[in-house]
Design a protein. Structure first.
Length: 264
């Protein structure tokens, strides 16, 4: 496996459950996978050319965000300590005027945060909203994309509890949010070589039907770590979707079930 792996997917698509399984699988093979590590997301927000020009990288804001909702995953304590050290070094270098390129510095911070691991990965849903910058910060990244039927996602969004002010409160809005997030992936993936990403459907993953493809993509054994994954709701049987939602869903399922070449 070469290059970091970013697990992405719209909210309520099953990415959290899959990310914990991946965290265990990576750790068993000597690597590290953070669950909601979100460091590249925070760097996109807080490390810009304007910050470099002012010689003022707000590493303290990034550290505060990491502590507000701490990342999870096997061995996360080591990663957290390395991330803080990398952020503090970067802030010092920016203040000294030793850095000229925000994307290169973001790459350095992220690499130093996962130093010592032969391969690594991270999951954060909002990466879908920052894909072009992620592509510049992590030019060797590969993407594992988990997709789920828009009706199932909408139902899950509407059942959400807790303090989530960004939660849709109508089915139409939930469909629209699903569509916007997944359309962002389709637009970005058009610029990627096909070996840089793998799209899998949520229920295929739960049934074990995507395991072989994911193992080949990651170069890791996953079967024992995916055994506990199971859908919590009944499968959607169909029904009319908004036209744009249907278009995006069709394109995603095409990516999730690539046509095999003749003879294979």
């Amino acid at each position: 496996m070469t290059g970091p792996v970013l697990l992405v997917g719209c909210q309520r698509s099953g990415t959290t459950a899959l990310s914990y399984a991946l965290s265990s699988a990576f750790a068993a093979a000597g690597g590290h996978f953070t669950v909601n590590g979100k460091l590249p997301y925070l760097l996109d927000r807080w490390l810009t050319p304007v910050d470099l020009e002012a010689r003022h990288f707000r590493a303290d804001e990034v550290l505060y965000a990491l502590d507000r909702k701490p990342p999870q995953g096997t061995g996360v304590e080591v990663w957290r300590a390395q991330a803080e050290a990398a952020l503090r070094r970067a802030a010092r270098d920016v203040a000294e005027g030793a850095v000229r390129d925000a994307d290169e510095l973001a790459h350095r911070i992220t690499s130093e945060s996962y130093a010592g691991f032969p391969y690594w990965g991270d999951k954060y849903n909002e990466y879908l909203l920052h894909l072009p910058r992620l592509g510049r910060m992590l030019p060797d990244a590969r993407f594992l994309v988990l997709v789920r039927h828009p009706d199932e996602v909408a139902d899950s969004m509407l059942r959400w509890t807790g303090d989530r002010p960004w939660r849709p409160v109508s089915r139409a809005a939930a469909h629209a949010k699903w569509t916007a997030w997944n359309a962002a992936w389709l637009e970005f993936s058009a610029s990627l070589p096909t070996d840089r990403f793998l799209v899998a459907e949520y229920r295929d993953v739960c049934r074990g039907e995507a395991t072989a493809r994911m193992e080949a993509f990651l170069g890791l054994e996953l079967t024992p770590f995916l055994a506990e994954l199971a859908p919590r709701t009944h499968e959607v049987t169909g029904g009319a979707l908004p036209a744009e939602t249907e278009r995006v869903w069709s394109a995603l399922t095409d990516q999730a079930r690539p046509v095999l070449s003749v003879g294979h």
